[in-house]
Design a protein around this ligand. Structure first.
Ligand code: SF4
Length: 311
């Protein structure tokens, strides 16, 4: 064990920041953050005070310590996360940036909102739904949304430029607001229905369709009644695939961890509007206790611009 970092402890600042343990040949061993650097690093010097399995190894291998002072603890948290991704320290768990989290975005600030897919959830006034981790679930949902709600998917510049509706209008996948084939009010109603669908409030949409079908039948407008009947069937088929897990219709992310022999399995369930939207599993090598691993995972996951539910 090299004691140089222990001698450094009394000189460390009493401020928030990030600390980095280095081993022989400047190998990066561990990156951590704290609201008081001196107090935190002092805990590492007491082998009995920290029961994490990798601590004895860190004591054995650590040769020197570096630190970076930050203005706030939150800044330290962000910096710690960036350094873990950049330096890949031996005793931190590296949750690689997942490329599979995709959300559905609706740009509701626009008079004729656009439907699009994105990997980045931003505070830009748009509505985000997801995440979708399974390509199949996303494809099925999108297929239904495009044919049922017929919301535009083109970019704003394309929307402004159009003199004629594109092919999506011809194949009944868009109502063509670009050339005024639908009023702003009618389009807004479609967007509201889409939002309710994505929030899991599907009963309201089904009731409306059933009423419309009945009215069309009363007026002997059978062509229209058949159209509504087909829409009801398509919606019911989509809903059948969504399992109800909670009756309160809230959004939840559920995270479970199972750890054994230095390996850990992390399972996430994404529940939206009380229904299981999708799930995702990860396997990692972990030296940490399950609660520390869970904390690291949650930090990593929610710092990567994803939708954060109420619970
Ligand atoms: S029909 Fe018009 S509004 Fe719809 S996707 Fe095509 S260009 Fe965009």
């Amino acid at each position: 064990m090299s004691g140089s970092w222990i001698q450094q402890i009394p000189t460390l600042p009493l401020e928030p920041g990030v600390y980095i343990f280095y081993g022989k040949n400047d190998e990066v061993l561990y990156v951590g953050k704290s609201k008081c650097l001196r107090k935190r690093v002092k805990n590492y010097a007491d082998l009995k005070g920290d029961s994490r399995p990798f601590i004895p190894h860190l004591h054995e291998e650590a040769h020197r310590l570096e630190f970076l002072v930050t203005d706030t603890e939150k800044e330290a948290l962000l910096l710690e996360n960036q350094l873990i991704v950049k330096l890949n320290p031996k005793y931190n768990i590296l949750f690689r940036q997942d490329t599979t989290y995709i959300s559905i975005k609706i740009t509701i600030k626009h008079p004729f909102p656009r439907l699009m897919l994105t990997r980045q959830v931003k505070k830009d006034g748009a509505l985000y739904f997801g995440p979708y981790t399974s390509g199949k679930a996303l494809r099925e949902t999108l297929h239904f949304i495009k044919s049922f709600f017929r919301i535009r998917t083109c970019s704003n510049s394309e929307f402004k430029r159009r003199k004629r509706a594109c092919l999506l209008y011809q194949i009944d996948r868009c109502t063509a607001p670009c050339v005024g084939k639908v009023s702003e009010k009618e389009y807004k109603k479609k967007v509201e229905d889409l939002v309710r669908f994505l929030q899991g409030k599907n009963r309201i949409i089904l009731d409306e369709l059933e009423k419309k079908m009945a009215r069309a039948s009363e007026k002997l407008d059978f062509e229209r009644a058949i159209k509504y009947r087909d829409q009801i069937k398509a919606l019911e088929a989509t809903l059948e695939k969504q399992k109800v897990l909670s009756l309160d219709q809230k959004d939840y992310d559920v995270v479970a961890i199972f750890q054994k022999d230095g390996k850990a399995a992390i399972q996430m369930l994404f529940i939206r509007g009380g229904k299981l939207l999708t799930s995702h599993a990860k396997l990692v090598t972990s030296w940490e206790k399950p609660e520390t691993l869970l904390g690291s995972f949650l930090k990593h996951y929610y710092l990567s611009n994803v939708y954060i539910p109420q619970e």
